[in-house]
Design a protein around this ligand. Sequence first.
Ligand SMILES: C[S@@+](CC[C@H](N)C(=O)[O-])C[C@H]1O[C@@H](n2cnc3c(N)ncnc32)[C@H](O)[C@@H]1O
Length: 286
Amino acid sequence: MKKQSADSEPLVGSEFPDDAFAEIRALLLARRDLDLDMYKDRCLKRRIATRIRRCGFHEATSYIALLHRSEQEVDSLVEALMIHVSQFFRNPSTFILLEEKILPLLINKLHAFGRSEINIWSVGCAGGEEPYSLALLLDNLDRKGLGVKILATDLSDDIIHQASQGCYEEQRLVEVPPEILARYFVKEDRHYHLAKRIRKMVTFRQHNILGKDLFPACDMIMCRNVMIYFSREEQENVFHRFAKALNSEGYLILGRAETLQGNTRRLFTVESPAERIYRRTLAEAY
Ligand SMILES: C[S@@+](CC[C@H](N)C(=O)[O-])C[C@H]1O[C@@H](n2cnc3c(N)ncnc32)[C@H](O)[C@@H]1O
C-alpha cells in the first residue's frame, strides 16, 4: 500500500511533537490554570491527537492557532482531556463496607463528639454518580440525628452542571439495587431522574485539586479513579493536603488501582486494603 505523505497522515499520540505539546501545556496553564505537567504524558498526548483529528486537522500547528482564537475550543480540549466515566455504586463491595461498617462507625463517633453534621467530600465526582450513591446510603442509615453535607467537586464545569441535574441513562445505574431504583428514581423516556430530596444532599462545585484553592475540612474524602492520572509526586502532594483537610480519624477512600504514596503512608491506618479505605491517624498531627 502506498504510504501517505507526512502532511496528510493523521496525527497520533505516540508521534505527538514535543514542542507542540509544550505550547498546548503553556496555553492551558495560562488560560485555564490547568497544569498538564502534573498529569501523565502518554494519555494526554493520545487525547490531544484525537481532539485534533476530530477538529479536522492533520497537524498540531493549525490546531494551536485555533486554540489561540477560540475560548470555546480551549474548553472543548479540557473536556476531551478528562475522562468522566462513572457509575452509581461503582465497585459495589466498597459501598457495602461503607454501609455496614465505616459509615455507622463514623456516625457513632461524630454523635459522641456532639457534632450535628457529617461532612463528606467527593473529589473528581464526574457526573455525580459517586456522591449521590453516598447520599442514598446515608438516607437509609440510622444517622442519630446528624445532618448530611456532601460536597462534590470536579475540574470540569460542564460535568458539574450535568451532575446537578441528577438525570441518568440506564448504563450508569446497573449496580443500583432494584428497591433503591424503584424508590428514588423516576423513569421518563430513556432517562432516570433522581429524587430531589437526595439531590439536595449534595452541593456541586468546580474545583481543581492541583490548583491553589483550599481543601475543605471534612470527615470523609472519596477520591476514586482520579489519582491514576497524576504523576507520583503530585499524588503525594495531594495526599498530604487530604490528610490536612481530614478531621482526626476521618476516612480516605481511593480507587481500586490507587494507593498512598511515599511518606503519606504514615499519616493513615489501612482500614481495608482491598477497598482502599484509609483512616487518618491521630499520631502525626500537622
Ligand atoms: C474517571 S472519573 C472518576 C469518577 C468517580 N470518582 C468514579 O470513580 O467513578 C475522573 C474525574 O476526575 C476529574 N479530574 C481530573 N483532574 C482533576 C483535577 N485536577 N481536579 C478535580 N477533578 C479532576 C475528571 O474531570 C473526571 O470527572
